[in-house]
Design a protein around this ligand. Structure first.
Ligand code: NAG
Ligand code: NAG
Ligand code: NAG
Length: 726
């Protein structure tokens, strides 16, 4: 019988062996991109099987105790039956030998290999043994020895590579190593926010339930004056999604050795989610022709998108910010990085990373579209992911902004973050990645310029509070928004806010410091919530701040708008004259928009006031999101496992015209994969009803969501939930 070598010399034997097997190749940059070190899908041919020589042989896979391991590792929700565990936490396996196992004599190891050319010093090959202390980063112990069967506990290091490993039984024999290559088992290892040593550790269990385990969510949209929401099915545990996420990392050519670092995984993930410059998951489209794909508003979740991408390997058409954020959230939660979707209302999209968003007003008091290059999005969605930042000073851990929507390139690629939230709030924007960009998205000043007929620009007014007016995310454990503005900035007008701005300036952002003449007239606008299809009134409120009377020429223009800030056709343009005195005065301006309506039902009003006596200009931008009709979603049948149930989606066209080319999508967590139906036309006053049956296979709360989408109606969604009994 072979004697077991000391653990020290053994480690040497192994690592030498792995190195000499695959001498390092030198490669050009091009080769590097396609290098196998960036692939989890490829695995090399393991070294030759050696003849049986009488040493006790194990049979792997034997008992991976999937059920218990998955429960203890919070991976039991995954649809695939595989062994899926989280790093930094022990899992157990049983191994059967064909003779009694003797810990002091028999050299036996469990070996984990990932990718081609696994090597111990890269942590792409790991060996653990039941019978002695491990010197490597992974721990193991012999839990029980029942003669022919042993139970082993294995703890992957809390910073190990995340992905799919192959697990082998290896026996040390006088002739060398015997690796039972026919008998490998797959094991997926994920990030672990339950493990204190993992950089994605979270303290609070309710937070982990929401940010890692919740498969459904709500994404806020609309505008500041009318917050609307969309349900979103993240579906991170559904069949095929974990493999799709690993494929995404392969496709993003994230080197295997970096896949234990959530900073790298989140950053490269943000680049790969968009199709710009790397053929990523989703193609963005911000104009109305969606004929080569599906409208961004028609998706109900990430599952179908990730399946399409993983099976075809080409970008899926089409996305806008909430689609990028929804799919990115699936990717992060699936791998175990806590994450959430954020909505920033009035999000500045700065081209030059200054803190100035310039709006040019023409002599008629309208936005001069030709000369206005910056844009402000009614809302913009991004993600936050939670992790320590060992690469940065201590306080910069915690929530990090990552954004997969292609806006600006970062180090040559369309990607953004992770940018530490703490630094954005404090104005300490020198730390990676992309902090100045995110800082500007929530802190820019809007500066209005008048452009005269000779092209001369004069600064006329500034709004320092318009941008980043409010940030929302879904609350933990319930479907209501929480206002997280205070995580991004200090309250307006406080000393801390000023200090944060000064700090940001010291890192090179530019703030407008010019002093404008004192305003003599105040102008405000209010609009009551408006239902799509109804006409409404704008209420303008004026007040003279001095004692004098002023005459103000007012220009009101209204445009239909994509949420991105790209404006569509103008539907109204009115001028009026008001006399303003020191009391508050209301002026009502009727607005008719229906014949011009399309797209997302977002309207954008731009109001300019010119004070005759002083020549001062007042400017207001006011986005209005129209309240969409609801989709009724009802669930009927006996809510019990293995009983047929029905989901019925109903919609009535209350508009005075037919809706053309309508798509209706419905899906449910675990119970119903996405289904789509199209209607060529829905006549006025008619109702469509669509029923799908499903059979719930397991108990618990299930969510069903549906969205209706057509050219004239882009935000029509509904949800229903049902509790399935055993
Ligand atoms: C494992 O190896 C043993 C012995 O070579 C073989 O009989 C058994 O079928 C293998 N099991 C699997 C699952 O491949
Ligand atoms: C800036 O815009 C916000 C949001 O529309 C508005 O409430 C505020 O009154 C504006 N401030 C000025 C100075 O115009
Ligand atoms: C959101 O929070 C900010 C900062 O805490 C606060 O100033 C603002 O009024 C809040 N907005 C709403 C609508 O509650």
């Amino acid at each position: 019988k072979n004697s077991v070598l000391s653990s020290r010399s053994e480690a040497v034997t192994f690592s030498t062996m792995f190195r000499s097997e695959h001498p390092r190749r030198s490669s050009s940059h091009h080769e590097w991109r396609h290098n196998k070190e960036n692939s989890n899908a490829l695995a090399d041919d393991v070294p030759e099987f050696q003849a049986y020589d009488g040493t006790p042989r194990s049979q792997m896979p034997d008992d991976l105790q999937e059920e218990q391991n998955r429960r203890e590792h919070h991976t039991d929700l995954f649809a695939s039956p595989n062994l899926i565990v989280r790093r930094g936490q022990e899992f157990r396996i049983s191994i059967t030998f064909d003779g009694p196992y003797n810990p002091s004599k028999d050299g036996f190891y469990v070996e984990f290999r990932i990718g081609v050319n696994p090597q111990i010093h890269k942590q792409t090959a790991i060996i653990v043994s039941p019978n002695q202390d491990n010197k490597g980063p992974w721990q193991s112990q012999l839990l029980e020895n029942k003669g022919n069967i042993i139970e082993m506990g294995i703890t992957p290091s809390a910073n190990c590579i995340v992905g799919k490993f192959l697990m082998y039984a290896v026996v040390v024999a006088p002739t060398g190593l015997i690796r039972d290559k026919e008998n490998s088992s797959e094991i997926y290892i994920l990030f672990n926010s339950w493990a204190p040593d993992d950089t994605v550790f979270m303290h609070d269990d309710t937070e982990r339930m929401e940010y890692v385990l919740n498969q459904v969510g709500t994404i806020y949209c609309g505008s500041i004056s009318n917050v609307m929401k969309r349900p979103w099915h993240y579906g991170q545990f559904e069949n095929g999604i974990l493999d799709a996420c690993l494929y995404l990392m392969d496709d993003a050519t994230i080197p295997l050795i970096s896949r234990g670092d959530p900073v790298v995984v989140a950053r490269q993930g943000s680049a790969k989610l968009n199709s710009q410059d790397d053929n990523g998951v989703l193609t963005g489209k911000w104009s109305e022709d969606y004929s080569h794909g599906r409208a961004p508003t028609s998706w109900t979740g990430s599952v179908e998108i990730l399946h399409l991408y993983a099976s075809n390997g080409v970008p899926v058409n089409y996305a806008q910010c909430w689609v990028y954020a929804g799919v990115f959230n699936t990717f992060l939660r699936c791998l175990g990085i806590p994450s959430r979707v954020i909505t920033n209302y009035n999000s500045a999209h700065d081209n030059d990373r200054s803190l100035k968003t310039d709006i040019i007003v023409d002599c008629n008091g309208k936005i001069d579209k030709k000369y206005t290059k910056d844009s402000i999005w009614n809302f913009h969605c991004w993600n936050e992911c939670y992790m320590a930042r060992p690469d940065l000073p201590l306080d910069f851990g915690g929530w990090q902004v990552v954004d997969a929507t292609p806006q600006e390139t970062s180090d040559g690629l369309y990607r953004c973050g992770p940018a530490p939230l703490y630094g954005i709030k404090q104005g300490v924007i020198c730390y990676p990645y992309d902090s100045p960009f995110v800082f500007a998205e929530v802190n820019s000043d809007v500066i209005f310029y008048k452009r005269d007929k000779y092209g001369k620009l004069t600064k006329v007014s500034v709004n320092e509070t318009y941008v980043g007016k409010m940030l929302l995310t879904k609350a933990i454990g319930q479907d209501v928004p929480i206002n997280i503005t205070e995580l991004y900035k200090f309250p307006e007008g406080t000393m801390q806010e000023r200090l944060a701005l000064q700090m940001a300036e010291s890192y090179g952002t530019e703030k407008d410091r010019s002093v404008l003449p004192k305003v003599d007239v105040e102008m405000k606008v209010t609009v009551k919530p408006v239902t799509l299809g109804e006409d409404f009134q704008l209420v303008l409120i004026f007040q003279s701040l001095g004692r004098s009377l002023y005459n103000v020429d007012v220009f009101v223009s209204g445009n239909v708008m994509y949420y991105t800030g790209v404006s569509g056709p103008e539907f109204m343009s009115t001028t009026l004259q008001v006399q303003v005195d020191p009391s508050r005065q209301k002026t009502k301006v009727p607005s008719k928009y229906m014949n011009k309506l399309f797209g997302h039902g977002n309207l954008h009003f731009f109001i300019t006031g010119k004070v005759k006596e002083t020549g001062h200009m007042l400017n207001i931008m006011h986005p209005v999101s129209l309240i969409s009709p609801q989709l009724t979603v009802k669930v009927t049948g006996v809510p019990q496992v293995n009983q047929r149930m029905f989901v019925t989606v109903e919609f009535t066209n209350n508009f005075g015209f037919s809706l053309k080319d309508v798509t209706l999508t419905v899906e449910g967590t675990w119970v119903l994969p996405p289904k789509t139906k199209t209607y060529s036309s829905i006549a006025p006053a008619s109702t469509i009803t669509w029923t799908q049956s499903f059979i719930p296979m397991d108990p618990g709360l299930k969510m069903l969501m549906a969205c209706l989408d057509c050219e004239y109606l882009r935000q029509v969604c509904g949800t229903a939930s049902v509790y399935i009994n055993v």
